[in-house]
Design a protein around this ligand. Structure first.
Ligand SMILES: Cc1ncc(C[n+]2csc(CCOP(=O)(O)OP(=O)(O)O)c2C)c(N)n1
Length: 361
């Protein structure tokens, strides 16, 4: 018999749904599915924003295909926890409970965005939700979580800090320095590698001689695990175990989530380095479709309920897109605001400075 689980009062759920307690009687998988569906729909609208030429900047990195990594790991977070992301971080921040409207507005470069339109897709940060910053430098956000973990231990806070990055960062020295310090000092941190098989156009097996990344992490004393990124429940379970170990025992962890990047590296990339067959195979590893199937077949949810949830999410994200493009662009005289401390004089324009230097010669 079909089971009717009300897909929450507002099926699309509030912005901080990922952190809200699971509605009573709702299977965990349904909560996880809702978050993944919201990420997928959000990213599809971001793609649309790009086609409409309304994004700030020319680069956009979609996390379609990687929803289980963001959702499963963020599900283990507590409100006091912090994190950093790489350049493909929209999904992580949404799973953490970001307001999609403020996030889309940021991607569109509007003053209504998280960073008043001055961060854009790749530089979103928000201390209120523990987002210590997205970072476009491969591996750049990783050491910050070691600092956050050290601070947490020093001040005896119950917070962990998590770095999200791609397989490309596995070739960066800073990751190994960070894992070493985290292991040495027993810091409450977690390193999460979202292995989508590619670093731009380079397939992971063309860039690395040993792809058991979790085993590499173990050599630094970390608790390492590797999971299938198509299976959001497996990601959530592994993340829960590692987060608990970091929080309760000060044992840093490392999680590799194996998945597939459905589209090109950035929106302009048509992936000429991948065959259509490979892409078709990769896109069959779809965590959203898998969870939906399980909800119907294993949890015996009604198709109509899931369709209603999907429609509510789509409507929410349509409204998100419209909200974003209605925001104002930052005024030119706000360029240095929020960049320098209050009271600091704005920097001298480069042209004026150079003229001054040369006039002294
Ligand atoms: C230090 C550094 N080197 C090179 C680049 C150029 N770059 C931008 S994204 C990228 C690939 C990153 O791949 P990965 O870390 O696997 O993340 P993904 O894009 O697959 O999510 C590269 C090489 C950069 N941003 N920073």
């Amino acid at each position: 018999m079909e089971r009717h689980v009300k897909p929450a009062r507002d099926a699309a759920a509030p912005p901080d749904a990922a952190r809200a307690p699971q509605p009573r009687g709702e299977p965990l998988l349904l909560s996880l599915y809702r978050t993944m569906r919201r990420i997928r729909s959000f990213e599809e609208r971001v793609g649309e924003l790009f086609v409409r030429q309304q994004t700030a900047g020319s680069m956009l990195h979609l996390s379609i295909g990687e929803e289980a990594a963001a959702t499963g790991v963020c599900h283990a977070f507590e409100p006091q926890d912090t994190f950093t992301t790489h350049h493909r971080g929209h999904g992580v921040f949404l799973a953490r409970g970001a307001d999609p409207k403020r996030m889309m507005a940021e991607i569109a470069g509007r003053t209504t965005g998280y960073c008043r339109g001055k961060g854009g897709s790749m530089h979103i940060a928000d201390m209120a939700l523990g987002h210590l910053g997205a970072n476009a430098i491969v591996g750049g956000g990783i050491p910050a979580v070691v600092g956050a973990g050290l601070s947490s231990r020093y001040f005896k806070k119950d917070a962990i800090s998590v770095a999200f990055f791609g397989d490309g960062a596995m070739g960066q020295g800073i990751l190994y320095e960070s894992m070493n310090m985290a292991g040495l000092w027993g810091l409450p941190v977690l390193f999460v590698c979202i292995n989508n098989q590619y670093g731009m156009g380079t397939r992971v097996d063309q860039a690395t001689s040993f792809s058991r990344f979790d085993e590499r992490a173990r050599t630094f004393g970390l608790d390492g695990a590797m999971v299938d990124g198509e299976d959001v429940e497996a990601v959530a379970e592994a993340a829960r175990r590692l987060v608990d170990g970091a929080r309760k025992e000060g044992r840093p962890g490392y999680l590799a989530v194996d998945c597939y990047r459905f589209f090109g590296h950035a929106r302009m990339d048509k992936s000429p380095y991948r065959s259509p067959e490979e892409e078709a195979r990769g896109r069959r590893r779809d965590p959203v479709a898998r969870a939906r199937k399980l909800l119907l077949e294993r949890e015996r949810l009604a198709e109509a309920d899931l369709a209603a949830l999907d429609a509510a999410v789509a409507a929410e994200m349509d409204a998100t897109l419209e909200y974003a493009v209605q925001g104002e662009l930052p005024a030119l005289d706000s360029m240095f605001r929020d960049v320098y401390a209050d009271g600091e004089p704005a920097p001298e324009p480069v042209a004026t400075r150079l003229a001054r230097i040369f006039s002294k010669e």
